[in-house]
Ligand binder design. Structure first.
Ligand code: HEC
Length: 162
């Protein structure tokens, strides 16, 4: 009898975890710059995320991004990066772009993978925000895609986990 209860409790726990993770998934924003900003600053603040593996410190950027960069990734993205796997649906990379003084935040530029959103270009939703969240560009942004296409065989991502 006792064993039966333990089995039942174990099954209930597994179901609960699945329900919670399914729920979290549903709460993730659609391809909408404003909703994504609320998500990454309030609901699941990117500053609490882990850095992209190997990018724990601020690092020097190249044009057109800032002089100094920080790269954060949500747990879906971190997990895939650590396992050397392609970015799954709902992976988010958030890059902060700082000025030469390493203090002044100039822009926040995320890539957010939404399966089926833009299959021609890796299903990434691109946004460029000002430091206050003001949207400068969003969506299937041609400029972002054109340049990141160089890394097409790497999921459109320049920075590789290290
Ligand atoms: C002219 C080329 C170019 C354009 C345009 C460009 N990027 Fe990038 N991006 C890069 C390079 C190069 C890196 C690698 C980091 C670095 O050295 O700056 C990078 C890095 C990133 C990263 C970190 C993940 C990675 O690929 O390494 C994100 C996120 C990102 N860019 C988002 C954007 C968004 C959003 C836009 C459009 C608003 C954009 N980028 C436009 C060249 C570009």
């Amino acid at each position: 009898m006792k064993r039966l209860w333990i089995t039942a409790a174990a099954i209930a726990a597994v179901v609960a975890v699945q329900l919670v993770s399914a729920g979290m998934h549903e709460e993730m924003p659609p391809a909408d710059g404003e909703r994504l900003w609320d998500y990454i600053t309030e609901e699941n603040p990117y500053k609490d995320w882990e850095p992209f593996p190997g990018y724990e410190e601020m690092y020097e950027g190249k044009s057109p991004h800032g002089d100094y960069l920080r790269l954060y990734a949500n747990d879906i993205a971190v997990k895939a990066a650590k396992q050397g796997e392609p970015m799954p649906d709902r992976a988010i990379l958030v890059k902060e772009n700082y000025a030469e003084d390493r203090q002044t935040l100039m822009a926040v530029t995320p890539m957010y993978r939404i399966q089926g959103y833009n299959p021609q270009a890796g299903d990434w939703f691109w946004v460029k925000y000002g430091p206050d969240g003001k949207i400068a560009a969003e969506g299937k942004v041609e400029g972002c895609i054109k340049c990141h296409t160089v890394k097409k065989d790497q999921d459109y991502i320049f920075s590789q986990p290290r």
